[in-house]
Design a protein around this ligand. Structure first.
Ligand SMILES: NC(=O)C1=CN([C@@H]2O[C@H](COP(=O)(O)OP(=O)(O)OC[C@H]3O[C@@H](n4cnc5c(N)ncnc54)[C@H](OP(=O)(O)O)[C@@H]3O)[C@@H](O)[C@H]2O)C=CC1
Ligand SMILES: Nc1nc(=O)c2c([nH]1)NC[C@@H]1CN(c3ccc(C(=O)N[C@@H](CCC(=O)O)C(=O)O)cc3)C=[N+]21
Length: 292
């Protein structure tokens, strides 16, 4: 098996930094950073993620405010809640779990969050800042992917990186962060022709398609670094479920390093959410509008 990158261990060390930063702020007389987590409906996977996020906040001293709303919640009612959280001085970060129910327009909701409290980095102002390299809050999963890469690659300059998936919340922001590091980035998707050949040229492959075991051993050149963002839930015969990534990890003996699922990108996503919440609290009241 290829060398595994331990996302849980890296998340623990980032959490330790966040915990120390929170403690320092409190010692200096500030209130604890606060994160509002909004969940509409009761999708089981979303419930699991939200409960992980709430527990993670407690571990580092961030106060969490959970808002669980019924599936039938109207778009207007959700906008009213966001308007209230935007002006609440105890709330430094706001996260609205996606996907939202079909009668709610995600773009309208995400665009209504104060960019300075947008710890997911999904607001168009933060998206614009990321794509122009002008600071702002950066989406958690892409941030986690970069920190994982930094543990195995010193300098991405000129490297061929293939990103599989072009979603607004994962693929595109990862591509932006990689360009900022002077990597040569190829963003691929469902309509891409000859993906195995494109992948074989890559020094780094970032798989964020949600297609189980899409990336096979013969797609990967010797010594490549592989980051697996995909998570698919597969039912087991005993009634439980397995999490399956986008990378056929048992075929990757020839890779330099690979992140497992679970235990790779997932824990880093949550650690980066906490780090972003601390950052938002530090910037609060400075009129920073989500800037660094
Ligand atoms: N570990 C973590 O912290 C997180 C994990 N995830 C997981 O990452 C995966 C991606 O999430 P997200 O970006 O939100 O998903 P989306 O479904 O929004 O996007 C998937 C992207 O992958 C592309 N794609 C799908 N199948 C293939 C394929 N067979 N070959 C090439 N490209 C393909 C799609 O192409 P097209 O655009 O052409 O349709 C699309 O661009 C999911 O499994 C999700 O559960 C997501 C967020 C956080
Ligand atoms: N507004 C918003 N922001 C998000 O960041 C967001 C979202 N909506 N919707 C859904 C996706 C998905 N996501 C994950 C978070 C943690 C794990 C995670 O902790 N995974 C563990 C396993 C968890 C388990 O056991 O199910 C792991 O991979 O080791 C995975 C995925 C955040 N997302």
């Amino acid at each position: 098996m290829a060398n595994l990158i331990d996302g849980r261990a890296l998340a623990r060390s980032l959490d330790e930094e966040t915990r120390a930063g929170v403690a320092e702020r409190i010692a200096a007389g500030h209130e604890a950073p606060g994160l509002a987590v909004v969940l509409v409906g009761s999708d089981p996977a979303s419930e699991v993620y939200v409960s992980h996020k709430i527990r993670a906040c407690a571990r580092v001293g961030i106060v969490s405010y959970e808002h669980r709303l019924p599936e039938s919640t109207s778009q207007d009612a959700l906008l009213t809640l966001i308007a209230r959280l935007n002006v609440d001085p105890t709330v430094h970060g706001i996260l609205v779990q996606v996907p939202l129910p079909p009668h709610i327009e995600a773009g309208v909701i995400l665009g209504a969050i104060d960019p300075a409290k947008d710890v997911d980095g999904f607001h168009p102002v933060n998206v614009g800042r990321l794509s122009t390299g002008t600071g702002g809050l950066v989406p958690c999963t892409p941030l986690g992917v970069m920190k994982l890469l930094d543990t195995v690659i010193d300098d991405l300059t000129g490297m061929n990186v293939v990103v599989i998936g072009k979603s607004n919340i994962v693929g595109k922001p990862i591509a932006m962060l990689l360009l900022e590091r002077e990597a040569t980035v190829t963003v691929t998707h469902i309509e891409t022709r000859g993906l195995p050949e494109i992948a074989r040229r890559a020094d780094v492959i970032i798989a964020a398609a949600g297609a189980p075991r899409l990336v096979r051993g013969f797609w990967v050149k010797q010594g490549a670094v592989l980051i697996d963002v995909g998570i698919t839930r597969a039912a087991r015969e005993d009634g439980g479920e397995n999490l399956v990534g986008d990378i056929a990890i048992d075929e990757m003996e020839h890779a330099k390093a690979v992140t497992p699922v679970p235990g790779g990108v997932g824990p880093m996503t949550i650690a980066c959410l906490l780090a972003n919440t601390l950052k938002a609290a530090r910037n609060a009241g400075k009129g920073q509008d989500g800037r660094d």
